[in-house]
Design a binder for this molecule. Structure first.
Ligand SMILES: Cc1cc2nc3c(=O)[nH]c(=O)nc-3n(C[C@H](O)[C@H](O)[C@H](O)COP(=O)(O)OP(=O)(O)OC[C@H]3O[C@@H](n4cnc5c(N)ncnc54)[C@H](O)[C@@H]3O)c2cc1C
Length: 373
């Protein structure tokens, strides 16, 4: 059983649990980028990040580490749901977010590799949209052709069930754990404080301040920003957020692995990349959306077997490789792919629903949240 926090001492009350100008709930990418942006805009404000777990535990340390902003079929699918204006807005936020990450951190700090992103296509139907999408994206990426058909690499990688391969040279891969740890270091450099292992169970307003409450402790704040993504409903029951578990497997090292880059398949429902000479593969949520609509951070036999099958039939046809590690993380989805950025009261802000591309989106969402304070 989790030990309860005992009654707090005077010393704790006047230090760790003292009043802050801004309290951020949730220490994932969104919480940390938001904390940095708040400090950048308002250096005089005291900022505290509270995180329920020993380490941030949601999606940020459990993802695939794609530095991506949307494959051809994803962008097309989004444009049908959201219209072009909103879709391009979303793509631009992700693109700008990736630029900001690279300006902030050296490639070696976060194992950033500009390896290129690829999409495997089963048929040519979607290719008729290639020119149109490239034209629309040119104002964001600055080049005429963001997505390029690459026959040569398709043959080198040797996939089954991929008639065409589309390359996007702007995409890359990074180490999500290193990105998060380096963000924490930057926060500490800016005197941003942390409380780990502190789940916030209630947020109330009294006497022109917000009272943030956990088990046996409370912290007062002038303003709070909730960056709890898939867990948003625990504090804001009407938040338009649906949890979506993402499952991943990682193979053992594979001799002479030719695959290098980040890869998308089936509108992004499957994604895989190399991590050195191993393959990280995730996705397959579309096999059973309902079962994956959960906050339970476990893997299931059904989906793991499905991913193993995908590995054997599509990525490495005819080859058997052993799986070394399996894990899951929880994303936040909703009726539409756009993130939620909502002022709940004059003192409370909710930033959530970063869907499957929060690595890229979080730096920009953090700036927008700071602007709204
Ligand atoms: C399997 C998987 C693969 C993915 N792959 C990619 C990818 O390759 N590229 C990409 O761009 N995106 C990817 N994503 C999405 C990306 O990881 C997320 O969009 C992003 O991490 C969201 O960051 P966040 O900070 O908003 O949420 P989270 O990282 O979930 O952070 C929320 C934090 O809030 C904390 N919290 C919740 N409730 C409370 C409370 N009451 N009190 C205190 N703390 C609380 C949680 O512990 C958690 O640490 C993937 C996600 C998953 C699950």
């Amino acid at each position: 059983m989790k030990p309860e926090f005992p009654a707090i001492s005077l010393w704790e009350k006047e230090t760790f649990f003292r009043k802050r100008d801004v309290v951020i709930i949730g220490g994932g990418f969104t919480g940390l980028w938001t904390a940095l942006s708040v400090k950048e805009r308002f250096p005089e404000k005291s900022v505290l990040v509270t995180e329920r777990s020993a380490i941030p535990l949601g999606a940020s340390t459990r993802n695939a580490g794609f530095a991506c902003f949307g494959s051809l079929t994803e962008v097309l699918a989004d444009s049908e749901l959201l219209g072009w204006e909103k879709t391009l807005n979303l793509v631009k936020m992700r693109f700008d977010g990736l630029q900001k990450i690279q300006q902030f951190f050296g490639a070696d700090e976060i194992d950033y590799e500009q390896c290129g992103g690829y999409e495997l296509l089963k048929d040519r139907a979607v290719l008729k949209h290639l020119d149109e999408v490239n034209e629309k994206l040119s104002s964001i990426t600055g080049v005429a052709e963001t997505f390029v058909l690459n026959e040569q690499k398709k043959d080198i990688f040797g996939f089954a069930e991929a008639e065409y391969l589309i390359e996007n040279p702007f995409e890359g891969a990074l180490h999500s754990g290193k990105l998060l740890m380096n963000l924490m270091k930057r926060c500490q450099d800016q005197d941003i404080e942390f409380l780990f292992g502190t789940e916030i169970t209630a947020v109330n307003e009294e006497d022109s301040q917000v009272i943030v409450t956990g088990t046996n402790f409370r912290v007062e704040a002038a303003q709070i920003i909730m960056c709890t993504n898939a867990f948003a409903k625990n504090l804001v029951p009407d938040a338009e957020v649906t949890p979506a578990r993402g499952q991943i497997l990682l193979t053992e090292p594979i001799e002479n692995l030719k695959l290098k880059g980040t890869f998308h398949y089936d509108e992004g429902f499957y994604y895989f990349r190399n991590v050195g000479n191993r393959i990280l593969l995730g996705g397959g949520r579309n096999q059973d959306f309902k079962a994956e609509e959960t906050l339970e951070m476990v893997t299931t036999d059904f989906l793991q077997h499905h991913l193993e099958d995908f590995l054997k039939t599509v990525i490495l046809p005819g080859k058997t490789v052993r799986v070394d590690q399996r894990w899951s993380g929880i994303m936040a989805m909703g009726a539409e792919k756009f993130p939620v950025m909502k002022r709940l009261t004059n003192r409370q802000l909710l930033v959530a629903r970063l869907s499957g591309m929060g690595v890229a989106l979080a730096p920009v969402m953090g700036e927008k949240a700071a602007d709204m304070l």
